[in-house]
Design a protein around this ligand. Sequence first.
Ligand code: MSP
Length: 477
Amino acid sequence: MNNTSDKPFYVITPIYYVNAKPHIGHAYTTIAADCVARYQRLLGKEVFFSVGTDEHGMNIEKKAEEAGKSPEVFVDEIALIFKDLWAKLNISYSKFIRTTDPEHKEAVQKVLQDFYDRKIIYKGFYEGLYCTGCEQFKVRSDLVDGKCVDHNRAPEIMKEETYLMKMTELQPELIRKIENDELEVRTEKYKKEILSFLKNEKLEDISISRKNVSWGIPLPFDDTHTTYVWLDAFLNYLTVLGWNGDREKVPREWPADVQFLGKDILRVHATIWPVMLLHLGFPLPKLLFTHGHILSCGRKMSKTIGNTISADLMIEKFGVDGTRYLLMSAGTFGEDVDLTMERMTEKYNADLANGLGNLLSRSIKLSEKLTTNNLPLTTNAKYPEELKKLIEEYCFAEILQFVWKKIAEANRYIDETKPWELVKADQPEFEKVMRKLLEDIALVASWIEPFMPETTKKIQKALQERKTDSLFERIKA
Ligand code: MSP
């Protein structure tokens, strides 16, 4: 992370399709980005944190029709469900953008017109493979048995008159920028993957318009075509900042410090998106941090497969902070993680109800017996270097492991020192033990703040009032 300039720290999530309700795969990226935004704010940085919904395209048009609704009504309903979920999950975003927002649409048209005027976009013919599930072009080597791996169906052959955006001529520059980390792609394996793609396949000029999709932004220079949904969607990362499409004006927050995205959308983010930025003459995002998928029964959790766990169900069972904790501690962020409700319940009981919950309820109850008020309460503890490094490398699960080690140590300390016996027998020793315990709890509370902000507040309040809260019997936000 680069904290040296006065530029706000800009953290980005992808914008989600509104073809179905959100599941925990969507919550996963958004919570991770929220933890980063909160951490940066704790460091005193000004932060811009963008979220939103991707609302145009053939897929959504079809889903609305199946639901017997107009696309406008359909997208309004689902966008609201996403918004509500982010509110429930305590997502501290700066702005929620929708690609159907009029300001966004105007800016997209302005960019298209500019690209057309500068011959970056030109009329032509496109023939290629296209998966409507991904809304992405495919090359033969992407397919297994002729099918898209994520959607388990053969892509369509697209053959139509279209407008194309120049890509090929920028391929060498793109490779160079990824190689020298001007556009950093993490983790290392994803960087290798994208470089291998770029070195082995010719980057074709890309079709950026559709003649037979009406649910989209019309091209300003030919309204018989609508804009390809990814081109429209990528520009949200700029329009969310209030940018109106004028390439003379780079928004103050740009470039993004980190863009989070799932591995299924790395290819488009590391090709179409940077090429658009190069055409605009804008700097590239500093980092594309690519995460693995949440799997269920070994397959990517997705509405299409029908193996989803809803975020609402998790919140109901584990509370808001419980859900945030379980998702962020599930596994290394760049790797796939397989989740089941059973395993999450076990982890909830072990780490939260027993680990943290026990430590808090025992210690705070014992602290009622203290006769002194002179206690060390660290409300804004500095992160130890080790923890800082992990956060800044986006190793979320590893940070939580570090904190939970401390919790286990503190629980062992209570078992070994038996403060309930010291209360009567050895007051000075009791005080010493309690000081250490409460100090450790205060530290833990401040370390988990980006991950479990409400729990932090409750612990700090309990430490001040020295009263247990039913929260600590069963942690729920
Ligand atoms: N609308 C596009 C993104 C446009 S960004 C300019 C899109 N939407 S999506 O809703 O299909 O997926 C959005 C993000 O959610 C992607 O990063 C994707 O990887 C992530 N996830 C969807 N299912 C997921 C899991 N099962 N696990 C982890 N992340 C998941 O693509």
